[in-house]
Design a protein around this ligand. Structure first.
Ligand code: XMP
Ligand code: MG
Length: 186
């Protein structure tokens, strides 16, 4: 973290430094590229807003023709716990019928959000749906039928911020994944 960072006093610890993040994303890009046919077009669906950084960096490591699209969903429930009832705030612009969809998500927690999004996109008859998540908290999984095809890091059950992830819309612009000091959210 830069020594003059205005968020310096808010972060208890850095769990994934910038260099480690970027190296893993480069690897993931390679894995994703090899999982498709050579030259196959992929519609990358970024789940707003947390996955914006991951979408931007991951897409540059995928050696395929990639289309960008964005979906904003909000789950009903208290701030740090999703209920499984998901409301679409912004739908896709692309018609995904017969196309290869790669959902790009910041973190899989209970799995409820992704389950809902996958089920909903499946009804539009895409050629395939795969999921890439940067982070996974396996201890928190409630929906067992859902798994990421590509996952950056498994992390313990701690509330994390940075690299797109927020607390009250802040900290998204930190270049690493860190744990917030408890006193800030409890
Ligand atoms: P579910 O439970 O549906 O939740 O898998 C996924 C969504 O929950 C949010 N989430 C977090 N956001 N730090 C965050 O900033 C976290 O540690 C965290 N855990 C879950 C996130 O919005 C994700 O899309
Ligand atoms: Mg959030």
């Amino acid at each position: 973290m830069r020594s003059d960072s205005i968020f310096k006093d808010d972060i208890a610890k850095i769990i994934i430094p910038e260099r480690v993040l970027q190296n893993r994303i480069e690897e993931l890009g390679g894995e994703i590229t090899s999982s498709y046919q050579h030259g196959e077009e992929v519609v990358m669906v970024c789940i707003l807003r947390g996955a914006v950084m991951f979408m931007a960096d991951l897409s540059q490591q995928i050696n395929l023709p990639v289309i960008f699209d964005f979906m904003d969903v909000s789950s009903y429930g208290v701030a740090t716990e999703s209920s499984g009832v998901v409301r679409i705030i912004k739908d896709l612009e692309e018609n995904i019928e017969n196309r290869h969809v790669l959902i790009v998500e910041d973190i899989m927690d209970t799995g409820k959000t992704l389950k809902y999004v996958v089920d909903m996109l499946q009804t539009r008859n895409p050629a395939s749906i795969k999921i890439a998540t940067l982070l996974d908290k396996p201890e928190r999984r409630v929906v067992k039928q859902i798994n990421a095809d590509f996952n950056g890091f498994e992390i313990p059950d701690e509330f994390v911020v940075g690299y797109g992830l927020d607390f009250a819309e802040r900290y998204r612009n930190l270049p690493f994944i860190g744990v917030l000091k408890k006193e800030l959210y409890s």
